[in-house]
Design a protein around this ligand. Structure first.
Ligand SMILES: [Zn+2]
Length: 243
């Protein structure tokens, strides 16, 4: 049975009290997003809650989503470049609404992440140097090859590091077996506004109703809430063991 959990743990609440004197001492969080929009659709409400509670949240996009049209197979390289620019701009606008500190682009290739193992080195470097205590990433069974590849890249990166971090795996294309639910009633309006920053994607599918509907469904397991986001939260050894 999933456990309703606020984004702020008791230890974070204590840390927040101390942070009145030391606002920069709370460890930052990083979100790995295969494409621009995954961060918002998958965990935008939680990102916004963390940011509003004073935690610095960075988002690293593995690709710029340059193949993100329904006619991707016939896309010219000029059209791909144009779409990459559009979606990068949309990503920055969405992250701005969610209160993200920094948006990073690792410049992997959309639809080809499973062929780009070198991105694991870039992720390891981020995790090693960014001081991140919590890492958000799509879960390994999410129904998109780039999402699965992003998880494998994270797993590979973590295997090269000795750091203890917590990993919050999120869902986009396939619901996960949640062990943590975060009610996002206070930030769902901002999640919706962040979604609106992705017109290049919203014009293709009814993402608004789809992902807000998923959040509404998740709230059924959080009495008193109207929207929630679901996660599989695990530690380093559990992450490395996931098939
Ligand atoms: Zn995606």
């Amino acid at each position: 049975m999933p456990v309703a959990l606020s984004a702020a743990t008791p230890s974070e609440t204590n840390a927040r009290a101390k942070d009145k004197q030391l606002p920069d001492q709370r460890p930052p969080v990083i979100v790995l997003a295969p494409h621009p929009d995954d961060e918002t659709f998958g965990c935008g409400g939680t990102i916004c809650m963390l940011a509003e509670s004073g935690v610095s949240v960075d988002v690293a996009f593995l690709t710029r989503g340059e193949q993100g049209t329904e006619a991707a197979a016939e896309q010219s390289s000029q059209e791909s470049r144009r779409l990459a620019e559009v979606r990068s701009r949309e990503a920055r606008a969405a992250c701005n609404i969610l209160g993200v500190r920094q948006t990073l682009f690792l410049n992997g290739h959309d639809t080809r992440l499973s062929d780009e193992p070198e991105l694991a080195t870039a992720i390891a470097s981020l995790l090693q140097n960014g001081g991140y205590q919590r890492v958000f990433c799509p879960w390994p069974q999410d129904s998109h090859d780039d999402h699965k590849a992003t998880f494998r890249l994270l797993q590979r990166a973590v295997s090269t590091l000795a750091r203890e971090q917590s990993f919050w795996l999120y869902e986009v294309w396939k619901p996960l077996p949640a062990n943590t639910l975060v009610p996002i009633d206070g930030t769902v309006a901002n999640k919706r506004r962040a979604m609106e920053q992705y017109p290049s994607q919203l014009s293709q599918l009814n993402y608004r109703e789809g992902f807000l509907g998923l959040s509404a469904y998740r709230s059924l397991f959080c009495p008193g809430s109207t929207h929630a986001e679901a996660f599989w939260v695990c530690n380093r050894s559990e992450l490395l063991a996931l098939p």
